[in-house]
Unconditional design. Structure first.
Length: 325
């Protein structure tokens, strides 16, 4: 598995750039606000189902690729009892839409990739280029373009029709950082407004956008242009916590929100949805909220049942079965 890596802030003149790349084991994704750039998903073994706002569901299988435009709400549910990896390659830039459309990658559904193992190795090379940090953003952009060309050759063009150009505007990373505070719901954890702290705001925006991904704080610091030590000092100065603690609290609050919206879901599903191991999620959840997530789910389900019975008395059992109600 390749931990999700993010790029630094792209040059404004860069028409095509790599936003991020990584893989995850078979687990669910839940992105109600969509993703800030185009995503290319590749399934290596296993596979699953995408539920996409306004389009319904579609299934991606082993050796297939699916491209999704920015800003579209979606979730991914892996097939049960399967093993495999799902790769996600984020591609941005003013020319991203036209290039991906021209290459025939933005389709109504997944397409099978010829020579999938070779394409997967090319994706791995992109990840290594980011992980090693030895290439400029311009050089990585050239690799992204080459990767798209190879995908175009590996995807049968007659298989599926393409979508028209995507309506949502691709957000640059600098704009993403400026709007970071609008999404925060964790009390006392709003981004700092000072213009001199743009790197800190950018780090917060990335944490909030990628809390479901296997994203390490070191990778956040790299993308923000700071050392881990300096970024931690900024977090402690403004919020009284380390960067790792901030990211952990954000994930826990998102986990609580998800459980509130899905009262019948298991704690394991909630933990996977926010990118945390289940036992660690339970332990940290109790430390943050004073109760285990399972207890909270049970209480919410009981409250929901009581409200349902109050609103519909006919569902109550007849206290005297000999007398018709």
């Amino acid at each position: 598995m390749l931990a999700f890596r993010l790029t630094g802030r792209p040059n404004s003149r860069m028409p095509l750039y790599l936003y991020g790349v990584g893989t995850q084991e078979e687990k669910g994704l839940h992105r109600p606000d969509g993703f800030p750039v185009y995503q290319l998903f590749m399934a290596r073994g296993g596979g699953g189902r995408f539920n996409i706002a306004g389009r319904g569901g579609l299934v991606i299988g082993e050796g297939q690729l699916f491209a999704l435009e920015p800003g579209i709400a979606h979730e991914y549910i892996p097939h049960p009892k399967t093993t495999g990896e799902l790769a996600c390659i984020g591609i941005g830039g003013e020319s991203a839409a036209s290039v991906l459309q021209a290459a025939g990658l933005v389709r109504t559904g997944p397409g099978t990739v010829t020579g999938f193992d070779v394409v997967w190795s090319r994706m791995t090379e992109l990840w290594k280029a980011l992980d090693q940090g030895k290439m400029s953003m311009w050089s990585i952009s050239a690799l992204v373009y080459q990767f798209i060309l190879e995908l175009a050759q590996a995807m049968p063009q007659e298989a599926l029709p393409t979508f028209p150009a995507a309506a949502p505007e691709i957000r640059h990373l600098s704009k993403e950082a400026d709007s970071a505070g609008q999404e925060s719901s964790v009390s006392g954890m709003q981004p700092h407004p000072d213009a001199g702290q743009q790197g800190l705001n950018r780090a917060i925006a990335l944490m909030q956008a990628h809390y479901q991904d296997d994203l390490l704080f070191k990778h956040v610091a790299d993308a923000a242009g700071y050392s881990v030590q300096h970024l931690n000092r900024l977090f402690h100065q403004h919020y009284g916590v380390t960067g790792h603690q901030y990211m952990q609290r954000w994930r826990l609050h998102k986990g609580m929100e998800w459980l509130n919206k899905h009262p019948q879901a298991s704690v394991k599903e909630a933990a996977e949805n926010v990118g945390m191991e289940v036992n660690y999620f339970i332990r940290m959840y109790k430390r943050e909220f004073g109760e285990t997530p399972g207890k909270g789910v049970k209480q919410r389900n009981q409250l929901k049942l009581e409200q349902s019975l109050t609103l519909n008395p006919s569902t109550l059992p007849n206290p005297n079965p000999l007398v018709e109600g």
